[in-house]
Design a protein around this ligand. Sequence first.
Ligand code: BES
Ligand code: MN
Ligand code: ZN
Length: 502
Amino acid sequence: MQTVHRTPACTPVLDTAELSTDFLVVPLFEQDDLGDVPWLRQRSPELDRARARGEVAGKLYEVFLTALDGGRPVRAALIGAGSRESFTSERLRRVATTGGLTARRGRFTRLTFLHRAVGAVDAATAAQVIAEGLTLANFEGASFKTKADGCTWLESVDVGLPSTGDEIGGALRKGTVLGECSNMARELANEPGNHLTPRQFAERAAAIAAQAGLGVEILDERRIESLNMGLLLGVARGSQEPPRLVVLTYEPAEPAPGVTLGLVGKGITFDTGGISIKPAENMDKMKDDMSGGAAVIGAMIALARLKAPVACIGIVPATENMPGGRAMKPGDILTSAEGKTVEVLNTDAEGRLILGDALWYARQMGVTHLIDVATLTGACVVALGKTTSGLFGRPAAWVEDVRRASERAGDRSWPMPIFDDYKELLKSEIADFTNTGGRAGGAISAALFIKEFVGDLPWVHIDIAGTAWAEEAKPYQPKGATGVGVRTLAELALDVDAWSNL
Ligand code: BES
Ligand code: MN
Ligand code: ZN
């Protein structure tokens, strides 16, 4: 398989009249007079004509390519940025990705990106999201074609900003790291189940985490058995592949006192549904059922590289969910490591089972704040669609902290209720609770199941079932794994001062 992502070198530039790259990316707003870039209209004779015809109007993410006279750059891409009033850092990130993908399609390896909405997005934030967006554009889904058509990578990027200096340099680096770690998560999530088995997943995580200076421990099936993780083992029983529990630790030189953030990600490397088997149609998509785990791994690497000022522990329970002669069966009773009993009514509700034991383990390791990320329920996709992740948890202030981090990150999310009334959905006659609450409120009953394993800690569950995988390409997002969650978790860890006294 070929390399699937690269990191472009980002450099800030002040004087955008002296450009040295061949390709220029310029956001174009609706009703834009381009007054700040008069040379652009002079160097592109067709631009005014195209605008007069209405061919280019600045509509969000539309692309207009034009040749430029008079030396470098030789070509410009005007990327629609919508109205100036509604412009945000999230749009800027997407405009950058659209521009980066356009440049790569044209086989340009170096580009200059002009930041033009100085009033709407400050220079440091702009530097960060532009670097993020362009790094996200430097990604290709895994290819196993034997006759691969070579693709072009962005090697270096100049970012035109109203100021340069240390703060800008740091912001560019932050954006580059966040983009790169999102790409790592996308790479893992795109990989097919026969390549990325639980053992492989753990090994790959261990390798990239060790490189980033994280502590790494991989618990094998014997360790998992000695910890009595009956929920994780129950799911793994149907598979020939043994389960793993990946434990990554990060300790900064001067951590925020009294706080350890626990990040737990669902790592089902393939979800057939088990004995409650899924229909054949679209089952192939279930290779991405470890996207939550990949997000945790990507985020741990990001916050180590960015030296986040908070201790963090990342935990990924990894297993396949398969039907097999020894597979768990509907009606089986499993006992969790914590001692709680579960009646398995549907073996396809496996994510919450493995998260239960992993969240307990995080608590044993002394975390003070919990977040879990999981492609958990089809019901969440029904509720919120494919662009917004579901947030569940308590207290409300912690949920809001996570929501705000997700907004900064460009990973949209929205809170859902977890009222006690829903608890009766999980009532079992013979065990502490069942693992399924039926169709109505399915995302909520799943969250309430998970809540049984978080003790009294502040906890947020992020359901990324709808957002982890893009089924159709957008100008700013190719088909496939999105890397959702990586930047949310990293932004949250970096902002520990805002929530540490929760
Ligand atoms: N991995 C799936 C959830 C999922 C569905 C993710 C669609 C992405 C797209 C999860 O393990 C699952 O199968 N959930 C069941 C739960 C049900 C049996 C209670 C579901 O949502 O149907
Ligand atoms: Mn399932
Ligand atoms: Zn699943």
